[in-house]
Design a protein around this ligand. Structure first.
Ligand code: SAM
Ligand code: DTB
Ligand code: SF4
Length: 315
């Protein structure tokens, strides 16, 4: 059977998703070894260039202005501040940063030019850059392509059906249109979602199906476990069992063998053994540093110790 396919059916994905845990992990691990160097883990540092005061109502997010989450909004960081943060990461041996902003749409004019400056200055220092900045237009997508960013993160988050329960200020269609603009402009898309929002297994399968049947498989599929934020509508959601993430990663690895998989939010709540199973099942990228955007992440040294124990090389 052909392994890289854009014609998966929901039923086929459901069958993989519902296989016995060790079967799906074994199948995923085998494909992972075929398409990737399984001895390597990509590490990136998030830099929040604009935090909080977001006009969107994403019910999981600490940065939406709709909820009292205690997150302090700050103005867009200056070029100098961003360069300093990137240098700090570089000194620790981190080669990639991801610039994040709590914008609904990427702004035009000076703010966009400032962003392009940030990207090129960081690159001049020998680092690579990804971005996650909200919706954008065709022109901005091609400028980011020219700026040679590695990828642009824009998640589907959940299934089309469940989406309106989670976000009402923009539609699934808006998300898909932005992803389409990225693909058309030649920018690699980093697209995944969150588990633990209260969605069903069928919603998770539907999201994987949507990702796998886009024109192009994502360059990276980031998978987040909800970090419940007090003050948001999802504050009371229980922390998911790690098994749910392991199954999710394994299914994504089988369905999209060539994509990178990022084990994103939720690692702080996982033990070393659970993270190890995530790597075995095909996760090959993580965010490092004690803070993601607003929530805690494992200590850098602790992460490096785990990778050393596993004989994995951070790059
Ligand atoms: N504002 C941009 C956007 O929404 O596309 C980019 C940044 S946004 C924080 C990136 C992703 O982080 C979201 O799509 C969501 O999947 C994830 N995320 C945000 N808050 C989270 C939380 N509390 N727990 C887990 N994942 C979260
Ligand atoms: C993604 O899917 N996860 C990362 C990245 N893309 C930007 C962000 C996780 C954020 C977790 C919540 C927070 O720290 O506020
Ligand atoms: Fe804003 Fe992004 Fe948070 Fe939604 S996920 S509230 S768009 S920062």
């Amino acid at each position: 059977m052909q392994e890289i396919r854009n014609d998966w059916t929901r039923e086929q994905i459901s069958e993989i998703f519902h296989s016995p845990m060790l079967d799906v992990v074994f199948r995923a691990a085998s494909l992972h070894r075929k398409y990737h160097d399984a001895s390597k883990i990509k590490i990136s540092q998030l830099i929040s260039i604009k935090t909080g005061a977001c006009v969107e109502d994403c019910t999981y997010c600490a940065q939406s202005s709709r909820y009292n989450t205690g997150v302090e909004a700050h103005k867009t960081l200056s070029l100098q501040e961003v360069i300093e943060e990137a240098k700090y990461s570089k000194a620790k041996g981190i080669e990639r940063v991801c610039l994040s902003a709590s914008w609904r749409d990427v702004p035009e004019g000076k703010q966009f030019n400032d962003l392009l400056d940030m990207i090129s200055e960081i690159q001049k220092d020998g680092m690579s850059v990804c971005c996650t900045l909200g919706m954008l237009n065709e022109e901005q997508a091609s400028q980011l392509h020219e700026a040679a960013i590695v990828a642009y993160n824009h998640n589907l988050d959940t299934s089309d059906e469940y989406y309106p329960q989670i976000i009402t200020t923009r539609s699934y269609k808006d998300r898909l249109e932005t992803i389409d603009k990225l693909i058309e402009a030649g920018v690699q898309h980093c697209t995944g979602g969150i588990i633990g929002l209260g969605e069903s297994d069928d919603d998770r399968i539907a999201m994987i199906h949507k990702l796998a049947t886009l024109k192009k498989h994502p360059y990276t599929v980031p998978l987040n476990t909800l970090v419940p934020i007090s003050g948001t509508p999802l504050e009371g959601r229980p922390i998911l069992s790690s098994w749910e993430m392991i199954r999710m990663i394994a299914t994504v690895r089988v369905v999209m063998p060539q994509s990178m998989i990022c084990l994103a939010a939720g690692r702080k709540q996982m033990n070393d053994e659970a993270q190890t199973l995530c790597f075995l099942a095909g996760a090959n990228s993580i965010f490092v540093g004690t803070k993601l955007l607003t929530t805690p992440n494992p200590d850098f040294d602790k992460d490096m110790d785990l990778l050393k124990t596993l004989g994995l090389e951070a790059y």
